[in-house]
Design a protein around this ligand. Structure first.
Ligand SMILES: Cc1cc2nc3c(=O)[nH]c(=O)nc-3n(C[C@H](O)[C@H](O)[C@H](O)COP(=O)(O)OP(=O)(O)OC[C@H]3O[C@@H](n4cnc5c(N)ncnc54)[C@H](O)[C@@H]3O)c2cc1C
Length: 461
């Protein structure tokens, strides 16, 4: 038996890498984890967590408006971007520090610096200019935002990475993209008082989400003052004294202070030595893995965004936990990627789990669609126009609820609970047997009596 320096070497201390390193070390394995930037990875440092702080910050402008409707006199308000950034960075440093302590307390060795594979069992530590060996290697290097290659002037644009550290809050911003990150940042900047335009080349934002959700959110974004331009893309960008001019495929130009592209992320596999180790990647550069997250090389595994399955923090964490069970505890476990709930922290936010109506129909289900669009109670009080959308996609013959889609306040919180029911495969009758909690928006989910579209009907109404 060859002897190695470590039982497990983890490359990347983000959501997936930290979880795997901790669990394996707590189980007695000799574990090292290398991190080239900051422990915590994308989620903690330039993803979920700082983004949500920005969402919280930006929501106050709406709250100030609402407060007036409830009898408050709100004095002059202003927002100090620098003060916010400082507070945000302090909190991110605190959270990153907790990740470091958790690793150390578990007994894992943290190595600061880049690591690259030399062969299946050898890892080169670039900063220390030395190589170490490991029985098993876990690639957990995450993903990285990409800019459209070859687009003239794209060097003047930023990505989400830079959006967390803008030296000053712009007056005007163009957010490019239709995915959840683009939609979230459009809401953030709009809420912070920045004149915001969202530009997307497709026919509607949030591809992959239910079509009713997509249409509803696009309307709500515009209601809140975001200019949404669809079916249009950049021909080039030009930097002028006044700002950045976007020359669009429609022939129009728009001028902004900042242009942010949120048009895609690529798995972090460049220069990682995968070829030398014999690890196969797909055409997107993602590590090819089986259901147990094992790569094409038996002792090398990969979890999280670098595998480009479902690129969310809880998924990376669950894949990591399943990896440790499989590789170290003689208990093969494959994370089930079905019915993973997700949230979009747009304003208003989205929560979704299970099949969209289109996907369910495509899969051959005969459906009953339950749908409710209403003004939330908080909004009606002051005469606001915002609408909440709730939708259930139900398989007609079995009554099983296949999908639940919510756009409105607290949707991410609501969907976490709905996800339990969807995962359990409960029927619409069982949802309805659940007594409502009143007065809430969520009670609508258990009180939608008649279908908006019933199986057999071809159109809604
Ligand atoms: C703006 C934004 C918002 C997001 N919001 C959400 C959200 O609300 N909810 C959600 O669930 N998910 C969200 N995500 C996605 C989430 O952040 C990722 O799915 C998650 O971080 C993936 O974890 P990971 O372990 O695969 O990779 P990461 O967290 O990206 O960690 C990879 C780590 O590996 C390090 N690394 C890379 N290469 C090397 C190397 N060769 N040597 C050493 N270290 C290396 C990197 O520096 C990084 O720290 C968001 C992402 C972004 C960009």
């Amino acid at each position: 038996m060859p002897t190695y320096d470590y039982d497990l070497f983890v490359i990347g201390a983000g959501s997936g890498g930290v979880r795997a390193a901790r669990l394996a070390a707590m189980g007695g394995a000799r574990v090292a984890v290398a991190e080239e930037y900051r422990v915590g990875g994308t989620c903690v440092v330039r993803g979920c967590i700082p983004k949500k702080f920005m969402v919280y910050a930006s929501e106050f402008s709406q709250s100030f408006k609402t407060a007036r409707g409830y009898g408050w006199t709100v004095g002059e308000t202003s927002f100090d971007w620098q003060r916010f950034l400082t507070a945000k960075d302090i909190e991110i440093a605190r959270l990153s520090g907790i990740y470091v302590s958790n690793l150390e307390n578990a007994g894992a060795e943290l190595i600061h610096g880049r690591a690259e594979l030399v062969d299946a069992h050898t890892v080169r530590l670039i900063a220390q200019d030395r190589a170490v060996t490991a029985d098993k290697v876990l690639i957990a290097t995450g993903g990285w935002p990409t800019l459209p290659p070859g687009l003239p002037g794209v060097e003047h644009a930023i990505t989400s990475n830079e959006a967390f550290h803008l030296p000053e809050l712009p007056k005007r911003i163009l957010v490019v993209g239709g995915g959840y990150i683009a939609v979230e940042f459009a809401g953030i900047f709009n809420g912070l008082g920045v004149e915001t335009t969202l530009l997307y080349r497709g026919p509607n934002i949030l591809r992959g989400f239910d079509n009713d959700v997509r249409a509803h959110l696009a309307g709500e974004l515009e209601r809140r003052g975001i200019t949404v331009i669809l079916g249009c893309h950049h021909d080039r960008l030009e930097k002028t004294d006044a700002g950045i001019v976007s020359h669009l495929s429609s022939g129009h130009t728009v001028e902004n202070d900042v242009v942010m592209f949120a048009t895609g992320r690529a798995p972090n596999t460049k220069g990682l030595g995968l070829e030398a180790a014999g690890v196969a990647v797909d055409e997107a550069g993602a590590v090819v893995v089986d259901q147990f997250s094992r790569s094409t090389v038996p002792n090398i595994w990969a979890v999280g965004d670098v595998t480009n399955r479902i690129n969310l923090t809880p998924v990376a964490i669950r894949e990591a936990a399943a990896f440790v069970e499989t590789a170290f505890n003689d208990n093969p476990q494959a994370f089930d990627h079905q019915q993973v709930a997700s949230a979009v922290f747009s304003q208003p936010p989205i929560g979704a789990v299970g099949l969209t109506e289109a996907d369910a129909r495509h899969a051959g289900h005969r459906l009953d669609i339950y749908r409710s669009v209403f003004r939330p109670m908080k909004v009606t009080f002051y005469g606001g126009e915002e609408r909440t959308l709730m939708k259930l996609v139900v398989d007609h013959p079995s009554g099983r609820v296949l999908g639940c889609h919510v756009v409105g306040p607290d949707a991410p919180e609501i969907i976490q609970m709905a996800a339990i029911a969807i995962k359990m495969g409960v029927s619409k009758a069982q949802w309805d047997a659940t007594c409502a909690v009143h007065p809430t928006a969520a009670e609508e989910l258990v009180t939608m009596r008649s279908p908006y579209v019933a199986a057999g009907m071809s159109q809604g109404g």
